[in-house]
Design a protein around this ligand. Structure first.
Ligand code: BGC
Length: 580
């Protein structure tokens, strides 16, 4: 932890005296996290029965940042004017910038940051995210996701940095340094390493499915990023939805208390995920080591009454409750919330500034992985005669940003402050730039077609391939595949820019295209792409995942037989070309 020993001792003493004055209902209150807009929220805060408030999908806290701050200021005032006068933690899913606030700087999703392999840049991105998050009233983010995705069918692959444990370790530490700084500094927020553990390695890539890895595999591949997070002083860890060894992770005492808290000496808050109490064994999850519960969406009473009863009957020991509350208070003290509980107006002007966007643009540039460049088609000459830019993904900030952008499952519109790929090309190129959203235009006289294809936005559950509510595939749609042939048929050289949250099977498209770029989900600064296509900067990105050649490869690479069937990927982890 970044606070000195004497400060730590003072904090523990302050906790001791606070704990003495708390009734059981207030202790359980500290362990309770609710949504800012639910009916009971204000009354419960006033009654001293809430420890934390979150914003994720659902009604916004207001219009502009001042209104957002106002909302959380009001809730904080309620908490501080009623016994036990303990400040609230305000948490938000800011996972690639303050992505719940339209107008904030949106960074590439973690998979793109993984491709940069640049811890300094990841640290800067996290520090900016922290500042813009503070500016909208929060002191806590549910980020970074430090999963090691084993299966590209999982709809959250893009939330994690890489399939490489080593790379994930270093970017995890950087992200936590960036978000938390010295924790009590005005512009920083508490970070959350998530989801503990095995979220990205369920069979068939199902969110909340069954993780069948052995304990050794968990230890060697999945746990090291958590050691890195704890060593960097991460304030919170969130439990995952999946099951391991037949036990829901929320109730896995051996891993949560044994490995994470005792083994790694994690002294922060172990947070449940969404409705963790009603979903995963109620009081068992508290006994397993969950300290704070997302008691949202109708779970509030069930949690508070259920836990109270479990303590009264002795099923949950009082020491466990005291330990949970101690951990929560410890982080509130470390964050300096008792001294500075309110959102600070000073940061409002930092939202979406050019300076912040420049860092995001650098991250976009460094995340691009060049997979093919036949006859040095790239870099493009700014003075080419005519350029056709093809596909809906070329001019839609929502599509280029993926899930957890403005809305939970993402958006398919151009949101405030973002630049699209087409706009970036128009800024840089002196050529005639034609936009062909449907990929059906006749432009045989064009010098090059820049074809932007990829996935629609998605987030948890809805992004799993095979999830009943979607038609997602690991291959491009037939319509998008036809764009390449359409332009090749006219004798126009093609550059394909793939916007996706995971490696996709693009073997035949790679063969056909003259140049091919994996651009991941770059976020709001689409012009970073043009800057590299036109050679203002070189390609630096390296694959954060090995890239399968066929759909069959996924079966061998991932799933229950991961360790038996090794595959020869089309491109190995770390692959990426650059200009000479
Ligand atoms: C997700 C978490 C997220 C939480 C709060 C859950 O469904 O798994 O990653 O932080 O919701 O929105």
């Amino acid at each position: 932890m970044q606070v000195s020993n004497s400060e730590e001792l003072e904090i523990e003493a302050r906790i001791d005296s606070l704990l003495e004055g708390l009734a059981l209902t207030e202790k359980i209150g500290q362990m309770t996290q609710v949504l800012h807009f639910e009916d009971q929220t204000e009354g419960e805060i006033k009654a001293g029965r809430i420890g934390s408030v979150i914003h994720t999908q659902g009604p916004l806290p207001g219009n502009g940042p001042r209104e957002w701050q106002e909302r959380f200021r009001k809730l904080q005032e309620l908490a501080l004017s009623s016994h036990p006068r303990i400040p609230l933690l305000f948490g938000v899913d800011a996972v690639h910038g303050q992505n719940t606030f339209e107008g904030a700087t949106i960074f590439p999703h973690n998979i793109g940051l993984g491709a940069t392999q640049n811890p300094d840049l990841v640290e800067k991105a996290a520090a900016i995210t922290a500042m813009e998050t503070q500016a909208t009233g929060f002191n806590w983010v549910f980020s970074p996701c430090i999963a090691i995705p084993y299966n590209e069918k999982w709809g959250r692959v893009y939330e994690a940095f890489s399939e490489s444990t080593k790379l994930t370790n270093s970017l995890t530490a950087a992200s936590i340094r960036g978000h938390q700084g010295k924790l009590s500094e005005a512009h920083t927020v508490m970070a959350t390493a998530k989801h503990f553990i095995g979220d990205g390695s369920t069979e068939y890539g199902v969110e909340g499915g069954v993780t069948t890895l052995s304990e050794t595999e968990i230890k060697e591949r999945l746990l090291p990023p958590y050691s890195a997070a704890v060593a960097s002083g991460v304030g919170a860890v969130m439990a995952s939805f999946n099951t391991f060894e037949g036990i829901p992770m929320h109730a896995h005492k051996n891993l949560i208390t044994g490995v994470l808290k005792e083994g790694m000496q994690f002294d922060g808050i172990m947070l449940s995920d969404w409705k963790g109490y009603s979903r995963f064994g109620e009081a068992d999850i508290i006994n397993a080591g969950i300290d704070m519960v997302m008691a949202v969406d109708g779970d509030l009473e069930l949690f508070q009454n259920g836990l109270k009863k479990a303590v009264e009957t002795g099923y949950v020991p009082m020491e466990r409750i005291d330990d949970a509350v101690r951990r929560i208070l410890r982080q509130k003290f470390r964050l300096g919330l008792f001294e500075n509980p309110y959102p600070r107006e000073t940061f409002i002007d930092s939202i979406g500034t050019q300076q912040h966007r420049d860092v995001a643009r650098q991250a976009v540039r460094e995340s691009l992985v060049l997979l093919k460049n036949e006859k040095n088609l790239l870099p493009l000459r700014p003075d080419s005669g005519k350029i056709v830019v093809v596909g809906a993904h070329a001019h839609n900030a929502g599509l280029q940003s993926g899930g957890w952008t403005i809305d939970w499952q993402g958006t398919d519109r151009n949101y405030t402050g973002a630049t699209t790929i087409l706009e970036g090309i128009q800024k840089i190129s002196e050529a005639e730039v034609i936009y062909d959203p449907e990929g059906a235009g006749k432009h045989a006289d064009a010098d090059v077609a820049i074809i932007c294809v990829g996935e629609p936005p998605y987030a948890e559950f809805f992004g799993d391939i095979g999830h009943e509510s979607n038609t997602l595939q690991l291959e491009l749609s037939a319509k998008q595949r036809a764009y390449i042939e359409h332009y090749q048929g006219q004798g126009v050289p093609t550059v394909v820019v793939l916007l996706s949250g995971r490696p996709m099977v693009i073997t035949s498209e790679i063969k056909k295209a003259n140049a091919f770029i994996a651009a991941w989900l770059p976020g709001s600064e689409g012009d970073g792409i043009a800057e590299v296509l036109f050679g203002k900067y070189n390609f630096k990105g390296r694959l954060p995942h090995s890239w399968p050649a066929s759909l069959d490869d996924f079966k061998g690479k991932y799933g229950p037989n991961y360790w038996q069937d090794s595959i020869e990927p089309m491109f190995p982890l770390g692959y990426g070309l650059s200009y000479d």
